[in-house]
Ligand binder design. Sequence first.
Ligand SMILES: O=C(O)CCC(=O)C(=O)O
Ligand SMILES: [Fe+2]
Length: 371
Amino acid sequence: MQQVEALGNGTCSTIISVQEIVRSDAENIPERYIRNPDDRAKSSEISLVPDDRLPVIDFSLLAQGDEEERRKLDVACKEWSFFQIINHGAEEALPKVKAAAAQFFDLPLSEKKKYAMPPDYFEGYGQDDKAEDRKRDWIDLLWLLTMPPHSRNTKYWPLTLPGFGEAVEEYATEMQRVTYEILGNLSLLMGVERDVLKQLHGEVKQGTRMNYYPACARPDLVFALSPHCDYTSISFVLQDDDITALQIKHKGMWVPVKPIPNAISVLVGDVMEKQQLSRCKTVVNLSWSNGKYKSLEHRAVANMEKPRNSVISFVIPSDEAELNPLKTMVDDDHPPIYKNGVTYIEYLLYTQNKETDEDKYVNIDYLKIQN
Ligand SMILES: O=C(O)CCC(=O)C(=O)O
Ligand SMILES: [Fe+2]
């Protein structure tokens, strides 16, 4: 599939595990992780919004068709592009998938390397951005396609770990159920039938990414995960309960997301609408929502005390899915910006190209309607 080319564009086949760097010398941060002073997280950009202002949605009410909860979902997506869900019914699966991730990263490097991410592919154990000439994030990860079942490449799955396959399967199935309910509610909010957003994906794919962020002696110098938007319709972030590391951009400031035990964070992705990104200077407006819901810029910061794990579920349309705005989202005040018929794979090829050449990013203009 073409997503292989779009997402896997590294040229380096060596795994440089941050976990191993810390194991061999925890005090010394290698140069390629140290951000230029201008790029570092600044305390002046941290928002002081109280934790209880971040939107929380009771999933069980949404699933019962509660209109008030659906209205809250609308406000959360419009104002924050973010919400946490509670009472989602997946509570039993959470500790199991967290334990599976922790168990994997506890393996010796020689074992983990058996699942190594190839140079031009995105599944497996390795790093996010393999470009040699850019600063790296303080992270190791394992990326797996988890849904639909026929898309699974089990050679990247550490199935010799007891319970790993079962835990990932259970979590993936639960997240699929939750995904469909949220897409159903967002469809209703956009004035179309419940199943419309799901169908627009074509075959709905799900990627599961297990992130491992080692403790860092100088968290002020590095990024655990650089600011970015996800190339998804929606994403789910399952965090360790006791570390606040995920930060979301809200009204120009970074808001730390204090995890609520057993809750899952939900992020609006680019397929709803991508906004101007400070990092890659792209404006993409390929949205189904035509700007009603914008994708969320987010990042993760490192910490000194202890390693952190997170498990992310990415909801991904098929390559051929067309990213035209829904008809109900277009009117004289909100005309479509991009050419009719732009597909998800075109969007990926234009935006996920991680070349340092800035022009590549600007080329997204090719997809715009020319007047
Ligand atoms: O670890 C986190 O909190 C965020 C992870 C994330 O944004 C990602 O993997 O895309
Ligand atoms: Fe993300």
